[in-house]
Design a protein around this ligand. Structure first.
Ligand SMILES: [Zn+2]
Length: 113
């Protein structure tokens, strides 16, 4: 399950950030997950307590913010929703290969105590 290793990497990032702030414990870990990031949110939620066990984030809450995917149309010079990856612009039909967002999995913020 690659969500487990992704979550391990996010944990290390979160712990490093919390340590830099001198936190005693992490209350909330907020992630942004792109629609096209290729991860299952359910699998992330499953991995979360497993990888956080024994750390200052053991009792933390996982908050997931979903990011819709968008492509940029060069003809319209505007973004359009692309839930299945880059495709044709719904306004003018031009095929766009420029994905603006929706592929990321990243740490958004932490709430620490
Ligand atoms: Zn267009």
């Amino acid at each position: 399950m690659h969500e487990l290793s992704l979550m391990e990497a996010l944990r290390d990032q979160a712990l490093a950030a919390a340590r830099a702030e001198g936190a005693r414990r992490i209350a909330v870990i907020r992630l942004r997950v792109g629609e096209l990031a290729g991860v299952e949110v359910e699998a992330l939620r499953f991995a979360f307590p497993v990888v956080m066990a024994g750390t200052i984030a053991a009792a933390a809450e996982l908050a997931v913010e979903l990011e819709p995917a968008e492509c940029h149309c060069a003809v319209c010079d505007a973004p359009f929703p692309a839930p299945h990856g880059c495709c044709d612009c719904p306004r003018c039909g031009t095929i766009s290969r420029r994905l603006l967002r929706g592929r990321d999995l990243r740490l958004l913020s932490l709430e620490v105590e």
